[in-house]
Design a protein around this ligand. Structure first.
Ligand SMILES: *[C@@H]1O[C@H](CO)[C@@H](O)[C@H](O)[C@H]1NC(C)=O
Ligand SMILES: *[C@@H]1O[C@H](CO)[C@@H](O)[C@H](O)[C@H]1NC(C)=O
Ligand SMILES: *[C@@H]1O[C@H](CO)[C@@H](O)[C@H](O)[C@H]1NC(C)=O
Ligand SMILES: *[C@@H]1O[C@H](CO)[C@@H](O)[C@H](O)[C@H]1NC(C)=O
Ligand SMILES: *[C@@H]1O[C@H](CO)[C@@H](O)[C@H](O)[C@H]1NC(C)=O
Ligand SMILES: *[C@@H]1O[C@H](CO)[C@@H](O)[C@H](O)[C@H]1NC(C)=O
Ligand SMILES: *[C@@H]1O[C@H](CO)[C@@H](O)[C@H](O)[C@H]1NC(C)=O
Ligand SMILES: *[C@@H]1O[C@H](CO)[C@@H](O)[C@H](O)[C@H]1NC(C)=O
Ligand SMILES: CC(=O)N[C@H]1CO[C@H](CO)[C@@H](O)[C@@H]1O
Length: 802
């Protein structure tokens, strides 16, 4: 009897020793528990201390506890697994016990079982937290009988197998672990997808639902569904998905989390600061996640993604946007009108779509169908296509318009909240202050790099706003009221896509026909399988990882203006980075303007003027007054392409960003970018680079158009003996002298003599005046591209008189 008591006491002592020991343990033996009262002091800690597991709470005062595993060193105890995510337990009396029967059981105050492993075997000896973050039940000889890795919540850890029947499900909000509406899993096609499954509808939003699995670079043929994130930060999946963290390499703590906002992100932990950095994310533009704003809602970048309602609608519950918006009018089928809602699009839920159809016919189809709530009429693959919408889910901004059906009695002029957001961002206040810091790394330095990694999604969001806002400004100035957007500003984003290297190799017949060599690499002619003729640019010197490249390039893919060379897609495979552009028939301007060969035809005056005006419009679009967001940095005749009608198309815009993310300073920058003779003086000084560097280069080009000669070369000036100087400077002096001398014929001495007087005098004067202003050394004296385009447009219609 006595021996028994001593034995019993010994056990208690032992147990106490274990629990009160200050040295954290990584296991709990059979028959013992962790109690919620010990939450702040007693945990299981993995041998290398990376992970801790125990009772977790967001807020002590709420008494809601979760049995969780978290990263020990993360500042906010980042939870990677939770046993009872939808059933928190009480802050008193709750405990986790490894029962005598070998089951790990979580009980609430009062003893009710909230969660259990359902293992029941006397063989179970202990529960142990491994270095991998895996909580396991083992038998005496170390055989694993149960593991938390088999029951992921919203996070996948390195070396954790992710297979069929498993799902990562988002939290409903950052502070609530309950399962939300977004999930990530292998679907029945054996492909990893992200799905919104909300109260009203469900839809797949990743990979891109507009194109098929194979176009997305995936395959459904591999029945062994498994994905795994390795120690270097690379994920490999049986469906062909593979990606890497931007900081790929060993020794970094990571997690892949299905975030509460529906985006799947890979994070890296900074062990010193305890903060996480996003090193990859699945959906580049947050508003492409489905279900964010519910029925009749619109996701808007402000620049953080926010929800708004369609005109004449109001939120059902502004604290829960998944409920969407409800109309302020009574729906009916008769007596309806359509109001245009510019820049808004809704994904999916089309009643029908019809190709090659006029706007009015499209409207009639919608009118004739009582289920049609709105329609969209847009160009797809070169044909006007009509989409009638039965439900308005997944609203977001783009450059197209939606026509919403409302009853006639509702006044269509009523102001609405989408418009006010855009007005606020553009006209009122000072949008530069609000938006620039999101776009630029540091507005006060000369750097024009994106602040990328850390605010990845936000930066992209801001770009969206800019795109939206700038086209809005153009629109307002031109029409002063709502109407239909000009065709030139339409995006055809769905046609922009990723190509495989093999595809482009075939298209260019192994890179046979070289169209030109540029600062970024060579350009080849090719024909795609759909018979589109393309120019394929093989980039050298790209320092970016695949995801970054993808992100930046896809923003160019959304730029569509008749005076900017259209980008159809890109290829990013291994070290290969290629861009696919529309093929522009007549080559670059320099070949036409400076060619000395007698066989080529002289570039006539009308064409020159058209080129000057079109180029100005293209640049104006790139850096609109509203926000300078793309500086070309290398405007020159070689980068101005001419189509069959001699309409100019600027190429290579935005590439400055792709190729020199790692450049440290201006000196390096100027060596790599810009072309001597077309470069503004501030390239060599300490002034920040603004869009005015493009204005300068444009000035050189427009003067060259008039003169018909390269002004960007260096000559020995006649007046200043022996001193070599830019031909431009000497021309500027010459022209200024002529202008001062006055008289009627001064302009004749400045215009290309090969034209033999066949030019329009007013236009030539205007071009010279603009050119001289643009090449001012003081950039503040240079005009904006907007005023240049405006000034040129004023005398567009004049004709050449002899
Ligand atoms: C915790 O919850 C209480 C009551 O709900 C609240 O007043 C307090 O601000 C919360 N504390 C934190 C840090 O969230
Ligand atoms: C244990 O079984 C119950 C009832 O069948 C089930 O609801 C629960 O999800 C199971 N627990 C685990 C961890 O599988
Ligand atoms: C643990 O499990 C393995 C496999 O089931 C078994 O071979 C081994 O004998 C078990 N060890 C003990 C001590 O039960
Ligand atoms: C299927 O995927 C697995 C895991 O990625 C891979 O090892 C295997 O080779 C794939 N099988 C086929 C037929 O591609
Ligand atoms: C980690 O954080 C510390 C302190 O904030 C910082 O000095 C360090 O540069 C960071 N390390 C990395 C790799 O970002
Ligand atoms: C709508 O018009 C049709 C025929 O024009 C009529 O039969 C129907 O009753 C009307 N419905 C309503 C709600 O007015
Ligand atoms: C869709 O439109 C086509 C004509 O473009 C028509 O033949 C077809 O019946 C329509 N389908 C539905 C479901 O309305
Ligand atoms: C589009 O419709 C017009 C007139 O209905 C027709 O002439 C033209 O051939 C059609 N184009 C295509 C590509 O179907
Ligand atoms: C000068 C020149 O090359 N003109 C060509 C421009 O493109 C059209 C259409 O491809 C040709 O017909 C012209 O010869």
């Amino acid at each position: 009897m006595r021996a028994q008591i001593i034995f019993f006491l010994l056990i208690i002592c032992n147990f106490n020793l274990f629990v009160t020991s200050s040295k954290p343990s990584n296991y709990l033996p059979r028959g013992s528990s962790l109690t919620v009262e010990d939450a702040s002091s007693k945990h299981l800690v993995s041998p290398d201390k990376t992970f801790t597991c125990g009772f977790y709470t967001f807020n002590d005062t709420t008494h809601a506890y979760y049995f969780s595993i978290w990263y020990t060193n993360s500042k906010e105890k980042t939870v990677v697994w939770t046993a009872n995510r939808d059933k928190p337990v009480n802050g008193h009396g709750s405990r986790l016990t490894l029962t005598k029967h070998g089951s790990l059981v979580l009980t609430d105050r009062g003893g009710s079982i909230v969660w259990a492993t359902n293992t029941s075997s006397v063989a179970v000896d202990r529960v142990e937290l491994l270095n991998s973050g895996n909580l396991v039940l083992k038998n005496k000889s170390g055989k694993i009988l149960w593991k938390s890795f088999d029951f992921p919540t919203d996070t996948l850890l390195p070396n954790q197998f992710f297979t069929e029947n498993q799902k990562l499900i988002s939290r409903i909000s950052p502070q609530v672990f309950s399962p939300g509406y977004f999930s990530f899993y292998f679907d029945i096609e054996n492909v990893l997808k992200m799905v919104y499954d909300g109260p009203e509808f469900s839809s797949v939003y990743w990979p891109n639902p507009d194109i098929n699995i194979f176009q997305n670079g995936r395959t459904s043929y591999n029945g062994t569904t498994v994905a795994i994130l390795d120690d270097t930060g690379a994920l490999v999946s049986s469906d062909g998905l593979h990606f890497s963290a931007s900081d790929v390499g060993l020794g970094v703590k990571r997690r892949l989390t299905m975030d509460y906002d529906g985006n799947l992100r890979l994070f890296s932990l900074n062990d010193t600061s305890g903060l996480w950095t996003v090193t990859w994310q699945a959906v580049i533009q947050q508003c492409d996640v489905h279900g964010l704003c519910g029925r009749n809602g619109i996701c808007i970048y402000t620049p953080d993604p926010k929800c708004s309602c369609l005109p004449h609608h109001e939120p059902v519950n502004s604290n829960d946007w998944s409920k969407g918006c409800k109309p302020r009018f009574k729906r009916g089928c008769n007596d309806t009108q359509f109001i245009e809602i510019p820049h808004v699009d809704y994904d999916g839920f089309d009643l029908n779509f019809t190709r090659n159809i006029s706007f009015n016919d499209c409207r009639q189809i919608c009118l004739g169908d009582c289920h049609c709530e709105a329609f969209k009429h847009a160009i797809r693959e070169g044909l006007w296509t009509c989409y009638t919408k039965g439900d308005l889910f997944n609203g977001h901004m783009n450059d197209e318009s939606l026509y919403l059906r409302i009853p006639k009695r509702v006044k269509s002029s009523e102001s609405n909240n989408i418009l006010s957001v855009s007005r606020l961002a553009c006209g009122g206040g000072d949008p530069k202050i609000e938006l620039l810091p999101m776009l630029y790394n540091d507005a006060s330095t000369r750097s024009f790099k994106w602040a990328y990694l850390y605010s990845f999604g936000v930066a992209i969001g801001a770009i969206e706003v800019v795109l939206f806002v700038s086209s809005w400004c153009i629109f307002f100035r031109k029409h002063g009221t709502l109407g239909s957007l000009e065709e030139g500003y339409r995006t055809i984003s769905s046609q922009f896509r990723s190509f495989s290297y093999g595809e482009l190799k075939r298209a260019t017949e192994k890179f046979k026909q070289v169209l030109g060599e540029g600062g970024f690499g060579s350009v080849y002619k090719g024909v795609l399988s759909d018979e589109r003729v393309v120019a394929v640019k093989k980039l050298e010197k790209v320092v970016q990882g695949e995801e970054e490249f993808w992100a930046e390039v896809s923003t160019f893919g959304r730029i569509n203006h008749m005076n900017l060379a259209r980008m159809w897609g890109f290829c990013s495979e291994g070290i290969q980075r290629l861009l696919v552009y529309e093929y522009v028939e007549n080559g670059s301007l320099d070949k036409h303007l400076f060619s000395s060969s007698t066989t080529s035809t002289l570039l006539e005056w009308e064409k020159r003027y058209k080129i000057a005006l079109g180029t100005a419009k293209g640049l104006q679009y790139l850096h609109h007054e509203c926000l300078e967001w793309v500086i070309h940095c290398d405007v020159k005749p070689e980068n101005i392409l001419l189509d069959s009608d001699f309409e100019p198309k600027i190429s290579d815009f935005g590439l400055a960003k792709l190729c020199q993310r790692d450049s440290q300073g201006l000196s390096q920058l100027s060596m790599m970018r810009g072309t001597k003779g077309y470069m503004a003086p501030e390239w060599t000084t300490n002034l920040p680079l603004t869009s005015k560097v493009d204005v300068y280069s444009y000035g050189v080009v427009i003067l060259e158009l008039v003169r018909g000669l390269r002004l960007s070369s260096w000559v020995v000036d006649d007046n200043v003996k022996e001193e070599e100087m830019l031909k431009l400077k000497s021309f500027v002096r010459f022209a200024q002298g002529k202008m001062q001398d006055g008289g009627d014929s001064w302009i004749d001495d400045l215009v290309d003599s090969r034209l033999e007087g066949k030019f329009c005098r007013n236009q030539a004067v205007k071009m010279i005046e603009i050119g001289l202003l643009c090449v001012e050394d003081d950039r503040n004296k240079r005009p904006t591209m907007e005023s240049v385009a405006q000034a040129l447009a004023e005398c567009e219609d004049e004709v050449v008189t002899m």
